[in-house]
Design a protein. Structure first.
Length: 120
């Protein structure tokens, strides 16, 4: 299977977003998921296939009244565990980014204060 040209962190974030979206709307099409999540249809398709292969979601076909095939996605118990692990890792990553951002803001504030006092 072809891998997407994104970092492992981005892939995990897309996986997290897809699992969360499926949990809230199992009847959403991949096109709807892509639009709602702000990612490409190809990214959602790739992610859904990977989630199915790993046993994190199941796909069920059903026929709509207009005779077009459609799918429902269901998170498996393994998928619930995976979503919890991804959520914890995502939170850890975001907290680290937040700490770095706070340090950068403090340094910039100090730099501005130094420049302002030097001009006085």
């Amino acid at each position: 299977m072809r891998t997407l040209d994104v970092s492992p962190t981005q892939r995990e974030f897309v996986k997290y977003k897809v699992l969360k979206a499926i949990e809230h709307n199992p009847n959403a099409s991949q096109r709807e998921l892509a639009k709602n999540l702000g990612v490409s249809l190809g990214s959602v398709n790739y992610c859904v296939k990977a989630l199915v292969e790993k046993g994190f979601i199941k796909v069920e076909n059903f026929i709509k009244s207009d005779n077009k095939k459609s799918y429902s996605y269901f998170i498996t118990p393994r998928g619930v565990v995976e979503k919890g692990e991804i959520t914890a890792q995502f939170l850890k990553t975001k907290m680290a980014e937040y700490d770095l951002l706070k340090a950068e803001i403090s340094a910039l504030k100090a730099e501005v204060a130094d420049q302002t006092s030097a001009q006085d």
